[in-house]
Design a protein around this ligand. Structure first.
Ligand code: SF4
Length: 459
């Protein structure tokens, strides 16, 4: 066990986050001490006294931890001392404070220790956003969560359960519709306008066609939304839940974006991660979806699944490009608490991370060569190699909803179990969260309390 004694009165969670890039939870401990500047302490070989200069700047302390972690493990994190999920938000803040592009580049590289590859990626994303994405202009987003999936993926830590019966989904929809109606009434006469709507999960397409029709009609009617006039996405994540009838139902209602999320185009991997469908089914579903006039089909892949090699990953990516996905999100496997994989193999995400790094770099080069642009980015805890997730799109086929979440400058009305609403205050430039409970049974039982919480959007 390594012990890091940090000479600071503030026990900042970022210090643990920095060390987690190098060590597992069991391998290190952070303790804070308060000694005068210049103190040195005689400590054993696995203990380190950090910040003897008593700097008040968190980044100085993270830099010292970074160098210690690097010299102990030999691992050089691509993202330097950047921890937390929103590297782009920080990059925009830094750019705002710099007079020249060179100053920005030098700060990102020398202060935050980013690798050239990641700095280049950040610049490419900023360039896309500068050219194609405006400010939200006071418009809001609407999110609806469907907490059911056909089976549970081994790496999943989301608010989702295997759907055991259609009547259970009916029971959930009853409560969800109460929340839709209640929240919609609150927005009447309050000048709320929507830029985007997103039905996510879970796997919303696990609902039957008639359940989807009911949900979509009620949602659009209650909030007076014309799906064809805003960005409207529904995750049709698993091919085994998608039928012509469901696609027709979405297309008829003007839904512009759907998401088909294979994660891999290899049967052995799909079986490993607990999917009940094959790669051939994914291909068939894509071809079927292409018969309808969706503006954009997104597809997610995960780098780092089981024993996949960079060549395996590249094959999956190529197939999605050939199948015509306009938007491809390249995720790095994250093994979070609450997932089956974390329980069975807690250190999976720490092993063999070099292959994932190669997958991401190859994916970036390949997608650029095919005309895609990286347009949004985020990071999660416990990702292999402390790497990232990047959304790529053909020009103009980005998801505004995804971009806004990372910007943190938009109010999101979030409905359903696991929905986390956010209210943006432009004066303080801050967000406050209005979460619903995650478990759908508790959500149904406590629906009146969930309705009550909606009033907080307007306090
Ligand atoms: S499809 Fe997504 S939400 Fe459903 S079990 Fe898999 S990872 Fe979880």
């Amino acid at each position: 066990m390594y012990r890091f004694y940090i000479n600071s009165t503030i026990n900042d969670k970022h210090y643990g986050d920095m060390l987690r890039v190098f060590f597992s939870e069991e391998e290190f401990e952070v303790l804070t001490l308060d000694y005068p500047k210049g103190t040195t302490l005689p400590l054993g070989p696995d203990s380190f006294f950090v910040n003897s200069d008593k700097s008040e700047d968190r980044n100085d302390i993270k830099t010292e931890l970074y160098h210690l972690g690097r010299s102990i493990t030999g691992f050089t994190p691509e993202w330097g001392i950047l921890t937390g999920v929103r590297p782009l938000k920080l990059a925009y803040e830094i750019r705002e404070s710099c007079r020249t592009h060179d100053e920005f580049m030098s700060l990102m590289k020398n202060r935050f220790l980013l690798s050239d590859a990641k700095l280049n990626l950040i610049c490419e994303i900023m360039d896309y956003q500068d050219r194609f994405i405006d400010e939200p202009d006071g418009k809001s987003a609407l999110y609806v969560h469907i907490p059911f999936c056909p089976t549970k993926c081994t790496y999943c830590s989301f608010a989702s359960e295997e759907l055991c019966s259609a009547s259970e989904a009916d029971r959930y929809l009853d409560s969800l519709i109460k929340e839709i109606d209640y929240c919609a009434k609150l927005t009447v006469n309050r000048a709320v306008t929507f830029e985007s709507a997103y039905i996510g999960g879970g796997t919303p397409s696990v609902l039957s066609t008639s359940q989807l029709e009911l949900l979509l009609d009620r949602l659009t009617e209650a909030f007076a939304i014309d799906p064809a006039s805003i960005e409207f996405t529904i995750e049709a994540g698993r091919p085994d839940t998608i039928t012509s009838n469901k696609l027709r139902c979405l297309s008829k209602r003007g839904i512009s974006r759907i998401s088909i999320n294979p994660q891999s185009m290899h049967d052995r991997t799909l079986e490993h991660i607990g999917r009940a469908h094959t790669a051939a089914q994914i291909e068939d579903t894509f071809r079927l979806a292409k018969e309808y006039d969706f503006n954009c089909i997104n597809a997610d892949l995960i780098a780092g699944l089981y024993d996949e090699t960079p060549e395996d990953f590249n094959y999956s990516l190529q197939r999605l490009v050939e199948l015509g996905a306009e938007n491809i999100t390249v995720h790095t496997l994250s093994v979070k608490r609450g997932s089956k994989l974390r329980e069975s193999d807690p250190d999976f995400y720490r092993r063999d991370t070099g292959r994932v790094d190669k997958m991401l770099k190859d994916a970036h080069d390949y997608l650029l060569s095919k005309g895609y642009h990286p347009y949004y980015i985020y990071r999660q805890k416990h990702q292999m190699g402390a790497l990232e997730n990047v959304g790529y799109c053909l020009e103009g086929k980005h998801s505004l909803y995804n971009v806004r979440i990372m910007e943190e400058k938009q109010t999101i009305f979030a409905l359903g179990a696991g929905g986390i609403g956010k209210v943006y205050d432009p004066v303080s430039n801050s967000l406050s969260r209005i979460p619903n409970v995650g478990n759908y049974r508790v959500y149904i039982d406590r629906i009146d309390e969930m309705l009550e919480r909606k009033n907080k959007y307007f306090i």
